[in-house]
Structures are given as C-alpha cells and as structure tokens.
Design a protein around this ligand. Structure first.
Ligand SMILES: Cc1cc2nc3c(=O)[nH]c(=O)nc-3n(C[C@H](O)[C@H](O)[C@H](O)COP(=O)(O)O)c2cc1C
Ligand code: SF4
Length: 678
C-alpha cells in the first residue's frame, strides 16, 4: 500500500472514499433539456475511471422553478431526472468512485426572464450586480415552498442512487439568508445570526427527514465574504461551528469570498496569473476550529500542492476540479508514478468563462473534455505505421504531432523559429499569462518521449518535405498579424503582436484599435501603459474585448484601470495620416454621422491573423486529396479517404490559424480530431 497522503482512503460517515482527491461540483453546461444525458454521463464517468475518489456532479442543480438556471444546469425539481441520475450513478459506482450532487436555489443570482418567467426571490430587494435582477423580498409561503422543494429534490437524488447531496450556499439563497448584507427580513428568518441561519437549518432538517441518516449531506458556504458589513471571518467560524453542531451535516466545503461580481467570483475561483491555493490556509483554519470533515478547492492545480494540503492537515479532501477537466486521469497517473504525464491545468478559465456566455465548458487544451463520446482521452494505436510530416510547432502542430505519435506513426516536425510555441510563446511573455507555456512544454515532453523528430530553425519547403517521403503532411504554420484595416495610412500602424513580442518600441501616446477583441489587444495595452504611456483602446463593438470574457477580464481591468487606460466603444478607426512626428487618426462610427480625430504618436491594430498558407498551396498539387477534408468523415470520426488526384503521393491537411484566425482551443481540436484517425 502506498504511503502517499493523497492515496490514503478516507471514511466519511458510512462512506469509504478511496483516496483524498475530489472533483467539486461544477456545472459544465452539458445537460440536454435539463437532464444529465449521454454527454454528461460520459464526462462524469471518465473522471471516475481516472481514479478520483468522489465526483460531485451538477453544480447548482435547481430545486425550484423560481431558480431558473443561468448556465444550463440540471433541473432537480423534475421527477423525470431520477432515471437519468440512476444511469450516471450506476456507471460511476462501477468505476469505484463515489458520486454526489449539488443542489441549490439561486435566490437573486438568476434572471426573471428565464424558465417560467417567475419573479426572482431573495431575503431582500438588493440586486446582485452579476445577474442584474431586482428580487422580490420573500414571504412566508416562499420560504415554506422552497424548503419543501429542497427536500423533494434530495429525495429524488437518493432515489437516483447518489451517495449524498451538497447544498450550494455561497452567493446563492442560503448564504443570502446568512449574510447581513442580503437579509432584510424580520424574524423568524431575519435579524440575529440565529434567525438568519434558521432557513439553512430548516432546509437541512427537511432534507434529513426525507433521506435518513445513511446519506451524506454537506454544505458549500462562504466562511468569510470579504465584504464590508458582510459575513466576516469571526462570523464564518461561528457559522461553521453551528453547522457542525446541528448534527444535520456531514462535512463542510469551505469557500472564502463573494461571487456577486465578476471580480469577486474571480477571487473565489482564481485564474492564471493569480496565486495558487490562496484560500487553503483559511480552509485549514476552519478545519482546526471545527475539527470537522473539511473539503476545499480553489486553484490547487498540481499534485504537489494537493499533497501538501492533505499532509499538512489543511483539509480532509482536496478538490482538483479544473485540473480534472484538463486531465481526467490524474489519480491513475499518480498511482502509476507518472505524475509528469499529467496534462497541466493552466488556469486559462476558458472552461468557466464559456458557460457564463451560454456555451458549454471546454478546456483550452484538452479538446476531448466534454466530448468523451467522440474524442479520446487516451489515443489508440493505428494498424499501419505511417510517416507524418508536420510543419509548425505551435499548439496545433504539437497536438497533431503528439496524437500522431501516440498512434504509433513516425512523426517529423519542421519549425521555422528556434523554439516551439508560436503565438503561445509570445502570449506567455506577459507575466500574468506565463502559465500558458505549459500547453507547449507538456506537448514537447510527450512528443520527446514518443520519439517525435524536431527540426527547428528550418523553413520547410516542398523539396524538404518530399525528401521525407511522407504519407501525410499537416500544415500548421499559423498566421501573421493582419493590420491592413484602414482606408488610408496602413503603413503607419503596428500590430498588437509587434508590441507583445518586443519587436516594436511602444509610443508615448497610443491608440489601440481592437476589433478582434481577444487577449492580444489587452496584453499590448498593458505592455504599453506600463511604460508610462497614455493608452486609449478603441473598438467599434458594443463592449471591448468580448473574446476575453468575464473572469479573464478581471486581472486586466485591475491593472489597466490603475494605469489609467481609457476605453472607447462603438467608434471605428478609419484612416491615419502623418503630421510632423505625430499621427492624426480619423475616427468614425458604424452608426454613422460622426467624425472625430485623435493626435497620437502610435497606432496599434489588433485584428487577428491572416493564414500563412503559401506552403500549403505549394504542396497541394502533389497531394492525393488536393487538400480536401471530408467534413462528414471528420465529424463522424472516420479516417479521411478523399482521393482527387491519382498521381498524388501523400494526404495533405492544414489546421489551426493556417486555415483561419481562431483560438488555441480550436487549433488543438482541429489537430486532435484529424490526427486521431490517421
Ligand atoms: C465550468 C465550471 C462550473 C462551475 N460551477 C460550479 C457550481 O455550479 N457550483 C459550485 O459550487 N462550484 C462551481 N464551480 C467551481 C468549482 O467547483 C471549483 O470550486 C473551482 O473550479 C475551483 O477549484 P479548482 O481550482 O480546483 O478548479 C465551477 C467550476 C467550473 C470550472
Ligand atoms: S480551460 Fe484552462 S482553467 Fe479550464 S480546465 Fe482547461 S486549462 Fe484549466
């Protein structure tokens, strides 16, 4: 038996958990019609198969109709959910993991124009900034109804074979009752701490009566809101003790912070560039104060920190949630002593930011996550070994190389630069996005293990490639910044990438025209503003940097606002002309009728990339498929068999930004879904 602290079993009441690593509740927004159908099940089971002790599914499953989901959560108030839950719990149990579900009433943290268009309810009329609803202040019958709804939902989950239920309190209805900032009821549910916590205990009592003692009940709550006038640390410790002493609850899942704003949420769930495990010591203090089973997750992305969390007695069970979205097989790899093979979570938060925009959670560099029915986490060997030549060692090229090599092919990669990474290497030059380089480093180390041959500083041309006698050629050459967007004066501008790479010195009074709206524009702005320059970001869109998304925007704003960067939306830079050593920028608007001018000394354009595709077109005539991709075969997961040129000697494909400017996830998905069938 291993003496690794992470691999020790843990007994939670009657439940034996096989090790100390859990996936905490999170809603990846995979439900179909509010039910956990095949996609959901496949995603959940993959993590159980990977060895996690307990997977907590369904972040924030709704118990009531007036808690309509804000990002496609499960509808636990429907009886029809029970058989779907049963299929999932059976499948997870078969893999040896325990499974629980998180239930909630969102209170004011939702919208009235969703679901059944019922009024949003809360213990006060105070609006939550993030979701913008002005709530109805709850009445006695609302309280009774919602307590009943919690009990009904818990009963459904037990009938579905769950090992337990966790209540999502933080930021949701229960903590809206607990916090003095959001509870303006009179007694018996408002006023003193005892009164404010009454709702929480009434809910737990009602659930316990329904589910009995042989069922785990837990709570995920904030033990310090970090808000003036809110639940502070001392109150949090008192709340924790009262939860323990109630005898109704089997564990505490500790959160520190508040989630009513994007900035607050990002401090609770930190993203790349923010400190690792920022609330772990705090969770440890709660455990010490209560001597009660304590769980916690918040940016514990690596095994070493998780091991420390357990070994140092900070927590009983450590959450590695996004880490499992990046690599579902963490525990298996720890057991097999292959920790270095774990695909690292880089904190990009593409997963979480997408669900707040109405999308599904996808991992920036594991395209199989959430697509388990069609995309493999473990690549199968091919029947026939082929020679695969890849041009470009950015994320797309390296993913193609890794997957093709896992298939057992002989893989050769040509890269013009002296090191791998492409745009990611530049991105990672920003201190805050340094973690992105692990996307490249992990692939390089996997490729090296798999025997991939790399030729750096090598401009591959058709002759160089032909000399390799390839069966398959994949062009992953990426793109070059596209700056020709002005009607006049394009020669006066530089690109955001020129700034990020350090190739161009920042000006002192700079206009950034950003209609791509991605990270590069803001990274360039930060880079320039840090030199002391005056910076204005202008976009023709209704909001700036829409592709960066909510939580990723937070660290940028914290920096850019301090540097006094200004933001101008709904204006379009049209042309530029030289005036002495200054530039006059002519500005209009898609809405018409305005003409403005700016006098600056530098214009930076952020407008995506145009494909570097010369080599692809050079290779096309000699290929069997003339570059054609069968989308039907690609989507259905069949090998590419298109033949358009009988004289051709190789199959030719291009992927990533060499096709069109998209993002890292798209580039990696292009590569995985093509290369897994070569
Ligand atoms: C896509 C996604 C959805 C989430 N939804 C919920 C949720 O509904 N309820 C909840 O308590 N936490 C939710 N979380 C937070 C996670 O449970 C976890 O606390 C957070 O990701 C920090 O832990 P980590 O750094 O190990 O990922 C979500 C996280 C992600 C990535
Ligand atoms: S998108 Fe980023 S934060 Fe989310 S799981 Fe993937 S690597 Fe981690």
């Amino acid at each position: 038996m291993s003496n690794d602290p992470l691999l020790q079993p843990y007994t939670l009441k009657h439940l034996t958990l096989r090790n100390r690593i859990i996936v905490t509740s999170h809603e990846p927004a995979y439900p179909e019609d509010g039910m956990p159908k095949e996609r959901y099940r496949a995603y959940t089971v993959e993590r159980a198969r990977g060895g996690v002790a307990l997977t907590m599914t369904a972040g924030s499953a709704a118990v009531s109709k007036d808690s309509p989901p804000v990002f496609n959560n499960l509808l636990a108030y429907k009886d029809e959910i029970v058989p779907w839950i049963r299929e999932m719990t059976d499948a997870v149990h078969e893999e040896g993991a325990a499974i629980m579900i998180q239930l909630t009433h969102l209170g004011r943290r939702t919208r009235w124009d969703k679901g059944d268009w019922l009024p949003v309810v809360a213990p006060s009329h105070h609006r939550e900034a993030s979701h913008r609803s002005f709530p109805k202040k709850m009445e006695d019958w609302d309280i009774e109804r919602i307590i009943r709804d919690f009990a009904d939902a818990a009963e459904r989950m037990k009938a579905g074979g769950m090992d337990g239920v966790e209540l999502e309190a933080y930021g949701h209805l229960i903590d809206q009752f607990n916090s003095p900032l959001t509870n303006e009821l009179d007694g018996p549910y408002g006023g003193s701490l005892e009164n404010r916590m009454r709702f929480c205990f009434d809910v737990f009592k009602a659930m316990r009566e329904r589910v009995g003692d042989d069922f785990i009940l837990g709570v995920r709550y904030t033990a310090d809101e970090c808000l003036l006038g809110g639940t502070g640390k001392a109150d949090g410790i008192e709340i924790s003790r009262r939860l323990r002493d109630s005898g109704l609850i089997d564990y505490l899942n500790v959160i520190r912070g508040h989630i009513d704003t994007d900035a607050g949420l990002t401090d609770v769930i930190p993203i790349q560039g923010m400190a690792n495990s920022p609330h772990l010591d705090f969770a440890g203090e709660i455990r010490a104060a209560t001597q009660f089973p304590t769980f916690h997750a918040a940016k514990i992305p690596d095994v070493a920190t998780a091991r420390h969390a357990i070994a140092a007695g900070k927590v009983d069970m450590v959450g590695m949630t996004r880490a499992h979205m990046t690599d579902p097989h963490i525990v298996r790899k720890i057991i097999e002593k292959r920790e270095e093979d774990i695909r690292p979570c880089v904190g990009a938060n593409y997963c979480l930011d997408r669900i707040y925009q109405g999308g599904m959670a996808f991992c920036i560099h594991n395209a199989a996550t959430g697509r388990e029915q069609t995309m493999p986490h473990t690549i199968a060997k091919a029947d026939t070994r082929k020679k695969v030549v890849i041009v470009g060692a950015g994320p797309a090229g390296l993913e193609a190389a890794r997957v093709a090599a896992e298939r057992g092919h002989a893989v050769v990669v040509f890269e013009a630069a002296n090191n791998p990474g492409g745009q990611i290497r530049l991105t990672a030059q920003s201190e805050r996005r340094r973690e992105m380089i692990s996307i490249i480093d992990w692939r390089m180390s996997q490729c090296e293990k798999l025997g991939v041959t790399f030729h750096f500083n090598n401009w591959a041309d058709a002759d160089v490639i032909a000399a390799e006698e390839p069966d398959v050629v994949i062009i992953a050459t990426g793109g070059l910044p596209h700056t020709e967007v002005l009607s006049k004066g394009n020669e006066l501008v530089v690109s955001s990438w020129d700034i990020i790479s350090g190739d161009v010195k920042p000006g002192s009074n700079v206009l950034i025209f950003d209609d791509a709206g991605d990270h590069a524009g803001l990274q360039a702005a930060e880079f320039i503003a840090k030199t002391g320059a005056r910076v204005e970001i202008m976009t023709p869109d209704r909001s700036f940097a829409p592709e960066v998304m909510a939580m990723n925007l937070v660290p940028y704003m914290r920096s850019l606002q301090k540097l006094d960067v200004t933001f101008t939306v709904t204006y379009r830079l049209q042309s530029a002309e030289k005036s002495g050593n200054q530039i006059i920028a002519h500005v209009g608007s898609d809405y018409g009728g305005v003409e403005k001018q700016r006098t600056i000394d530098q214009i930076v354009i952020n407008h995506g990339t145009i494909p570097l595709d010369d080599l692809y077109f050079e290779m096309k005539p000699g290929s069997k498929n003339l570059g054609e991709v069968s989308y039907d075969q690609l989507i259905s997961g069949a090998p590419q068999t298109t033949e358009r040129n009988p004289a051709g000697t190789y199959q030719l494909f291009r992927i990533g930004d060499a096709v069109a400017a998209r993002n890292t996830h798209a580039a990696i998905y292009d590569a995985l879904r093509l290369a897994k069938d070569i």
